[in-house]
Design a protein around this ligand. Structure first.
Ligand code: HEM
Length: 419
């Protein structure tokens, strides 16, 4: 519970392991054989190595693809909105982010009904995801209605004979495919199940996080105005025009410099993220903490860090329940110093986990959400169409980004080009 102790847990990654627990849970949830050492030597390490495709130069390439795919989808879905169009916000975020992420990672489905195929996968994904907290809590899938059937259907989409038809997928997915081919003991279904698990990791949190970022911006007109102004200024300074063709290009540096957009996004992540960081002690040992404190741990003991407590700590964040879009800005620059009881914190925002269990897709996730908001606000006037409170649905507390308890209507309309 004390954020000053986090570092002692996080840096002790030899004795406090995470993968064994995560592997057990993921293999059961997504239906692939556990990555236990004997059967699949080095598989875990090999899969981890290719997370390099989500960082550095490869990150720029995959982010550019995501930007292009997002624009194609906005153009296809929204470019007729010369008058107000009303939609449900979660459904909208889900439809745009799922398709753009799917095409970016796995490739375009070339059939004439390519959009339809992806939306069928999405609808099954939503059904499966609704059971995710129960699966994570070890409830047998047989007790969860149609979940088992839906999971099987989803996994079948990722069989090699289907995946080879998809065009222009990402390096990271290709590299995962190549690795799986080296393991004779992985069956076709098992490989497909791994691909499905990666899909879940790549959109399961990003979709609700995008929803909250958009929802809070629309709820706070001053935030919306500041972020839109920043976007318009960037477009102007780089000589890019919004609409009617959707071909805006943003470099990594430009994305990084959108301080208001990033702060607004961080603020919504602070409020909606709830991932628990779990470690399991690999042996009996004494964990040394700050100020000569010690904890005797037995082999198999669990430690859980729960950063949501930190995110909601009034000593760190004044009025923690309030959305303040510029919380992460200081003197016009990114603010990275936060204090508790007068002491500087090493960790103050942890939606992506920590240390050995830190999300490898975090840079891509931030870029994706920024690009979604950028395009939405650059091209459209957007406002809430309903006045109701949307709250966090706590049923997946501890498991990542919380979903909203209800969906809410919003409307959008193409912005006048002269504005
Ligand atoms: C807002 C969006 C996202 C959030 C909040 C998020 C958060 C997390 C967290 C907290 C974990 C650690 C899980 C644990 O401790 O049990 C994790 C793991 C993971 N995430 Fe993300 N994630 C996001 C987006 C993404 C994206 C876009 C990708 C890939 C394209 C991705 C890929 C992964 C993978 C592969 C793992 C498992 C890593 C491992 O093997 O240890 N995530 N994510």
């Amino acid at each position: 519970m004390d954020p000053f102790q986090y570092v002692y847990v996080i840096r002790n990654s030899k004795q406090l392991e995470f993968h064994e627990f995560a592997d057990k849970m993921a293999s059961k949830t997504f239906d692939y054989p556990a990555l236990s050492k004997g059967k699949f030597p080095d598989l875990k390490e090999n899969l981890h190595r290719i997370y390099q495709y989500l960082q550095g130069k490869p990150l720029d390439i995959i982010s550019d693809h995501m930007m292009k795919n997002l624009q194609d989808i906005f153009e296809w879905k929204c470019s007729q909105a010369t008058d107000w169009e009303t939609e449900k916000m979660y459904k909208f975020c889900c439809s745009v982010m799922f398709e753009a992420s799917f095409v970016t990672l796995y490739g375009r489905v070339p059939a004439a009904d390519g959009h339809k195929v992806i939306s069928e996968i999405r609808d099954k994904f939503i059904k499966f995801d609704a059971s995710f907290p129960y699966l994570a809590a070890n409830i047998p899938i047989e007790l969860l209605g149609a979940t088992k059937k839906v999971r099987k259907e989803l996994i079948h989409h990722f069989l090699l004979q289907n995946m080879t038809k998809w065009l222009g997928g990402s390096k990271v997915v290709q590299a995962r495919q190549d690795i799986f081919e080296k393991y004779d003991l992985l069956g076709d279904y098992d490989k497909a199940a791994h691909h499905f698990a990666f899909l879940w990791a790549s959109v399961g949190n990003t979709i609700p996080a995008t929803f909250w970022a958009m929802y809070y911006l629309l709820r706070h007109p001053e935030a919306l105005a500041a972020v839109r102004d920043e976007i318009d200024r960037l477009l102007q300074s780089t000589g890019q025009k919004r609409g009617p063709t959707y071909n805006i290009h943003l470099t990594r540096e430009q994305l990084d410099n959108l301080v208001y957009l990033e702060s607004a996004l961080n603020e919504s992540l602070r409020m909606c993220s709830s991932s628990m960081n779990i470690r399991i002690s690999q042996e009996d040992f004494v964990l040394k903490l700050e100020g000569n404190q010690e904890v005797s741990l037995r082999k198999g003991d669990w430690i859980a860090l729960y950063p949501q407590i930190l995110h909601m700590d009034p000593e760190v964040y004044e009025d923690p329940k309030e959305y303040k879009f510029d919380r992460y800005i200081e003197n016009g620059k990114k603010k990275t110093t936060f204090y508790k009881a007068g002491r500087k914190l090493k960790y103050f925002l942890m939606p992506f986990g920590s240390g050995i269990s830190m999300c490898p897709g975090r840079f891509l996730a931030m870029n994706e959400m920024k690009m979604f908001l950028f395009l939405l606000l650059a091209h459209f006037d957007v406002e809430l169409a309903e006045n109701k409170a949307v709250r966090l649905d706590n049923s997946r507390m501890g498991l990542g980004i919380l979903l909203p308890d209800v969906d809410i209507a919003f409307r959008y309309k193409l912005r006048s080009l002269r504005k």
